[in-house]
Design a binder for this molecule. Structure first.
Ligand code: ADP
Ligand code: ADP
Ligand code: MG
Length: 458
């Protein structure tokens, strides 16, 4: 049943990553693209490419009928969804399977259970994994949210059950704030996910975001250690590391074991991530959500462990057993990724999609640049602004930061603004160097003018 013709229903840097994995496995790659993406790098690299509709994502990358029609017309036997778009849609998975194709990811039932954050919290609790104190299920009214908030204590987070990408989340410090913010979160969730369901959680103060990479084949499950993604803006990750410098070995083991227990409990197949918040002062971790797909920051884990996560997910979804046991997965050194976006960091991160007039890429031992750029490429304005990721690996965290600075200095993308100056400023910051930060650290740092000051000086 091994996959022979893989259809890639995504775009940007992750499409390139999947094409390369297919090539390494000797699998024929078929790249889907919207009309706005006909000259993107993955189209050039893939064995075949096919248009799935006009530029707006609703008419192409989110259009289930168009994707399935194109997949069948090109003789694909499997579909890789990448991240975002339809990657966590049970309806899409069911439609793929009804067409007789393999979905490179977990079953529709698993996605339904773990992709809904409320159901995932319940599954985590059942597997003995601690969750952030909060509502047992969805809250059906503002009055119910208020009563739960009074039990668990303010501040609370109001969160969309279907949430992702940092959307549909609000923090309420008082009953009044909760009453006015809950309808906002609901409206945002309805618009973004077509599901306005909300739940309430205690807001953890100054936590670190730590997540565990898991792999499963439907029976066995293993972890590939943790990542730390605490440097966030608007609840979106900006800079990610593997491993988490703040964890002691005993806590790391307990955290990773809890993730494997949960993956096994849901017979997980493919690559997935369990996200946690870590209260450093109390040395306590709490599960917050599961992402049932490959994640943007997966390369830091690949650099740390040498495991090819994308190849492994393709193999297990084609019916193979996991190619490795837990003992065979080891970690060496330290790895850091920064997300390079086509935004102007000096102008409140305004999107700045330009034409790449020239491109000089960083290289060298322990340096990886996952991207979808080429000289002359006009970045389309229709999609999210991620251009690529610079990933480095070195023996120590300090050496990795030094290598990151060198790689970002070597990188030159003319014709568009990028967030590289933000990453250079972060790399130069003493707190970042000391590993002394949390999820609520970056926004005040930006508001205090740390970036502007250095930018003006430069
Ligand atoms: P990761 O969880 O992989 O670190 P993000 O949470 O930033 O990365 O999500 C990856 C991409 O998928 C982003 O472009 C984000 O906007 C998008 N995304 C995440 N979750 C959803 C969702 N539920 N619906 C639509 N897009 C999503
Ligand atoms: P998404 O699906 O949008 O990625 P998450 O549930 O993973 O949403 O939360 C995104 C980020 O929001 C977390 O990494 C963290 O910074 C913050 N966050 C979420 N829940 C809480 C909480 N209960 N307390 C404090 N911060 C939280
Ligand atoms: Mg998340």
């Amino acid at each position: 049943m091994a996959i022979q013709r893989l259809f890639i229903a995504n775009r940007g840097e992750i499409a390139v990553r999947i094409v390369r994995a297919a090539q390494a496995l000797g699998i024929h790659s078929i790249q889907a693209h919207s009309e706005a993406d006909s000259d993107m790098l993955a189209v050039k690299l893939a064995d075949e490419a096919v248009s799935i509709g006009p530029a707006p994502a609703k008419e192409s990358y989110l259009n289930i009928d168009a994707i399935l029609q194109a997949a069948k017309a090109t003789g694909a036997d499997a579909i890789h969804p990448g991240y975002g778009f339809l990657s966590e849609s049970p309806a899409f998975v069911r439609a793929v399977e009804a067409s007789g194709l393999i979905f490179v990811g977990p079953s529709a039932d698993t996605i339904e259970r773990m992709g809904d954050k409320v159901a995932a919290r319940q599954a985590a609790e059942a597997a003995g994994v601690p969750v952030v104190p909060g509502s047992d299920g969805r809250v059906e009214s503002v009055a119910e949210a208020v009563s739960i908030a009074e039990q668990i204590g303010f501040p609370v987070m109001i969160k969309a059950a279907a949430g992702g990408g940092g959307r549909g989340i609000r923090v309420a410090k008082t009953v009044e704030e909760l009453k006015s913010l809950a309808p906002q979160a609901k409206a945002e969730a309805e618009a973004a996910f077509g599901d306005g369901g909300l739940y309430v959680e205690r807001a953890i103060l100054s936590p670190r975001h730590i997540e565990v990479q898991i792999l499963g084949d439907g029976e066995a499950a293993v972890h590939c250690f943790e990542r730390e993604c605490s440097l966030q803006r608007r609840r979106q990750k900006v800079w990610e590391e593997a491993g988490a410098a703040c964890l002691d070995e005993k806590t790391r083991e307990a955290l990773c074991a809890s993730a494997v227990a949960l993956a096994k409990a849901v017979n997980y197949r493919g690559a997935g991530t369990l996200e946690y918040l870590f209260d450093e002062a109390a040395n306590e971790f709490f599960f917050i959500e599961m992402n049932t797909r490959i994640q943007v920051e997966h390369p830091v884990t690949e650099m740390l462990t040498g495991v090819d996560l994308v190849a492994e997910m393709i193999n297990v979804c084609g019916g193979a057993k996991l190619s490795m046991t837990q003992d065979e997965i080891t970690r060496t050194g330290h790895s850091i990724e920064v997300r390079l976006c086509a935004e102007d960091p000096y102008m409140d991160f305004m999107p700045w999609p330009g034409q790449v007039t020239s491109l000089k890429m960083p290289s060298g031992e322990g340096v990886r640049f996952d991207h979808f750029l080429s000289e002359g490429y006009q970045i389309p304005p229709f999609y999210d602004s991620l251009l690529g990721k610079v990933i480095v690996h070195a023996e120590t965290r300090d050496a990795a930061i030094d290598k990151l600075v060198n790689a970002l200095t070597e990188l030159e993308i003319a014709g568009t603004k990028t967030t590289a100056p933000l990453h250079l400023a972060l790399a130069a910051d003493p707190n970042v160097r000391a590993g002394d930060f949390h999820t609520q650290w970056l926004e005040p740092w930006l508001e205090a003018g740390n970036l502007t000051a250095k930018g003006d000086a430069a």
